[in-house]
Ligand binder design. Sequence first.
Ligand code: F6P
Length: 479
Amino acid sequence: MSRIVVISNRVSLPDEAGNPAPGGLAVAVEAAMRGYDGVWFGWSGNVAESPGDLVHIQRGHVSYVLTDVRPADFEEYYQGFANGVLWPILHYRLDLADFHEADLDGYRRVNDFFAERVGALLEPDDIIWVHDYHLMLLARALRARGHHNRIGFFLHTPMPPPDLLTALPRHEEVVGALTDFDLVGFQTDNDAGNFARYLSTVMGAATADARRYRIGERVFRIGVFPVGVDPEGLRELAAAGLDSDFARELVASLEGRTPMIGIDRLDYSKGILCRLDGFERFLERYPEWHDRTTFLQIAPPSRSEIAEYANMDAAVSTKVGHINGRFGQVSWVPLRYVNRGYRRDEIAVMLRLARVALVTPLRDGMNLVAKEFVAAQDPDDPGVLVLSRFAGAAAELDAAVLINPHDRDSLADAIDVALGMPLEERRARHRELFAVLEANHIKDWGRHFISALTRPGRSLDQVLGRWRDAERLKRRPPH
Ligand code: F6P
């Protein structure tokens, strides 16, 4: 059987017991590689003046191969172009994109460097699967080195419409390089549709079915592969976690108040400031909830060397202080704000205990916290998911309370509705949501993608049969 070679900027080593590191990409890729012999290649997380030999770490059937990058690479490729230009544009934030030609040079250089280093490990029948926006030039760089393997790409972030993509300087080179992959996968139909329009209107690609495209001699496909979770596994993890000191201490600290939760990397795309605006409006409008609820916002720092992230960190801290100062009492703090990450089992138990989850990104590729919250709930007494319609997860989880995160009044009302929702409605919504999770299990995600990549004769509709079935589940009108 062919090996799977996964390439991503960040590689998440599982711990010694084989548990994947937390984080959407890490968990999804780890699950996708189960059952395959494989290699996962990427950045070690270290910066060195002269990157030495590759580091090889074997865990089970996967060989993790890590490379350092140079300080200039970190600045230009990671901070500069990937996270200072591509990330904001992919999240519809043209206003935050700060383009410098030198950063694009760094991006080209690191994509070439990755191609050179991983290229030396490749065998002709390896199936190569590249992840995320850091490595959009990688197929082109590998093909230029004579690698004819099948190469797929999956974008974990949103793909914006052509009007936004074309604001990216040199977009023909960067976005256009995706056409060197054999299969380009997206989280939602909306993302795939946006890319399809870019292909037709900007690149002049020809297509008969909006799935298979031709530019000159080159033929490639696009597809939709929404990342899922392991609902039963998470439910068990969360339930088991209730019998822990961590859970007991958390419950005791609530003193009978109803918990709400938000868990996000400290990133402007997550909409934390708008969420806090909505929470403040909720406290203004619904004083009957004062001293009866506690909102726990977990926000581990992220990319903090980038100015926009540092600014946002400061703005969120100020807002938290303002809300607690304005509404808090000597014996009640409405908002607990914690800047650190937690283990997977701890996250599962926090989600289980929460009556309401606020998952309100301004834009998100998928947002697995939304799915993990649903999975972690007690089906007999489930909590309520308040979900931004701009999260990729909203395309599947439409039995959640869907909101516009820019509208603080409707967010405030949605929090009140969620906190007061009767048990029967909570159960009915949860049943629908859980069924969606079961119909799109994470174990199928990698299989679907690799099957579509390696068996191009099969139609994507055949490959994605189960997902399409899930889509046919009865839909509930949005809140
Ligand atoms: O798609 C989301 C993503 O960019 C992943 O690629 C990445 O692992 C994660 O966010 C965390 O970001 P970073 O690697 O910049 O810390």
